[in-house]
Design a protein around this ligand. Structure first.
Ligand code: HEM
Length: 438
């Protein structure tokens, strides 16, 4: 039998490979090669031979059926390891399983019920501020709002200026994740990210010490108290690493989706009208409640379409730790793997006219994502699906419901709404709007 061959594709220049093309526009890079080679191809990016996989079948292989071939720790670039530390995102095997179980209660079930009121209270403060301001840039406002929510619920931070300082530190940290020049000097992006990380660690150490003595209802107190089946809990070092991760992952992504949500609603008045109508029917039955959050099928469709068309995360890296074969191609251990969320969401055979914003794709009659499993993967999928998915969806619904029930907004002229994907997926100028009560 003929030995299986490596996937098609090019390795590019010596050392650099095809890194510069990839970093300049990761979406077009993968899309072009997908069209040329299909759902699996090889390249060389970020200093390593890399296999890229696209489409539901390939994604199911990576995220679910052949997970044992892949490592998260060996996959994410070095910057992630240095800046995000020894957190869930970079753990594998038994260590990951244990920590994920310890973290689940802080982000699911009864804990979430306790979070609703805080999410609403903080949202109201911002609505009032926006009403007074009338014109502002939504991306930056959502970043503060979602960070206030994350830091209050996760860390119990109730002081506005402390939250603003931490939020700025996280912006510096995030910028460092995506720089391809990780020189640790004080004036480089990476150096500033490292300095930000140190200040964040100092802050978290203090908070954890306080909560160990006086536990409250915030997520960090739940993490401190959480014990596995053998009675083990997380060490202080582990707690700090997981808290950095939760704060980082807990607001950048929701900021991106909320910004695109408000942009698409302003661009598509007919969609906004239907969403407003759904909210007004619910509002006539009483104030927003946990029960009501489960009765918003149209808003859910709109959010699924935002997840598809404007996924905040473009894809995921893995390290290949066991040789594997896919579609007759052989991939050796030691390679890097990238699975593409953006390009999977843009496949014509799953989503006809993929560039069109159309929430009815997800109506009960059409359900375009149900033809194949792993077609909609904005939150990843399989056993390591985003641990914050329920938290994020609840938060976005609460904010959207308040906006739709009482406010109107229009996009201000003279700004670029072009998509920028790195470090966070956003409209280039951040979406400047005029905002008023309805
Ligand atoms: C719109 C909001 C969000 C989006 C689109 C999103 C997206 C994702 C994606 C795509 C992954 C999987 C990455 C991969 O397979 O390589 C992931 C994992 C993760 N997310 Fe989220 N996320 C969101 C919100 C949140 C929130 C609110 C939190 C925490 C409060 C969070 C915490 C995490 C963590 C800890 C992981 C790693 C899980 C594990 O490996 O077991 N995310 N997220």
């Amino acid at each position: 039998m003929k030995p299986a061959q490596l996937p098609p594709g090019k390795s590019g220049l010596p050392i650099l490979g095809e890194t510069l093309n990839f970093v300049a526009d990761p979406y077009s890079f993968v899309k072009k090669r997908y069209q040329q080679y299909g759902s699996i191809f090889k390249t060389n990016i970020l200093g390593r031979p890399t296999v890229v996989m696209v489409g539901p079948e390939a994604i199911e292989f990576v995220l679910s059926s052949h997970m044992e071939c892949f490592s998260w720790r060996e996959g994410w670039p070095e910057n992630f390891k240095v800046l995000l530390g020894e957190s869930l995102f970079l753990q594998d095997g038994e260590e990951h399983r244990k920590n994920r179980r310890l973290m689940m209660p802080a982000l699911h079930g009864p804990a979430l019920v306790n979070y609703v009121a805080t999410m609403e209270d903080i949202t109201r403060v911002y609505l009032k501020k926006w009403k007074a301001q009338q014109e502002f840039t939504w991306f930056y406002e959502f970043k503060q709002l979602t960070f206030d929510i994350a830091s209050q619920l996760l860390l119990g931070t109730s002081n506005g200026s402390e939250s603003a300082r931490l939020s700025q530190l996280f912006t510096n940290l995030t910028n460092g994740l995506f720089t391809i020049n990780p020189l640790p000097l004080p004036f480089t992006t990476f150096g500033k990210a490292l300095a930000a990380r140190n200040q964040i660690l100092e802050h978290l150490t203090q908070v954890i010490k306080q909560r160990q003595q006086n536990p409250t209802k915030d997520a960090i107190s739940l993490l401190i108290q959480s014990k596995d089946e053998d009675g083990n809990s997380m060490s202080e070092r582990e707690l700090i690493a997981q808290a950095v991760l939760l704060l980082f992952a807990g607001h950048e992504t929701t900021t991106s989706m909320l910004t695109w949500l408000c942009l698409e609603l302003a661009r598509h008045p007919e969609v906004k009208e239907r969403a407003v109508k759904e909210q007004m029917q619910l509002a006539s039955k009483g104030a927003l409640s946990l029960e009501q959050l489960g009765q918003m099928p149209y808003l859910e469709q709109v959010l699924l379409e935002i997840e598809r068309l404007h996924s905040p995360v473009g894809g995921g890296f893995r390290g290949v730790i066991k040789d594997f074969e896919f579609k007759g191609f052989h991939v050796p251990a030691g390679w890097q793997l990238l699975y593409s969320i953006y390009v999977t969401h843009s496949l014509e055979e799953i989503y006809p006219q993929p560039e069109v914003f159309d929430p009815d794709r997800f109506s009960p009659q059409r359900q375009e994502n149900r033809q194949y499993p792993f077609s909609l993967i904005g939150f990843g999928g399989g056993p390591r699906i985003c641990i914050g998915i329920a938290f994020a969806k609840m938060e976005m619904k609460i904010i959207a419901a308040h906006l739709l029930r009482s406010y109107d907004w229009e996009i201000l002229p003279h700004q670029s709404l072009a998509t920028v994907r790195v470090p966070t997926n956003q409209p280039k100028d951040g979406l400047r709007v005029r905002f008023q009560p309805r």
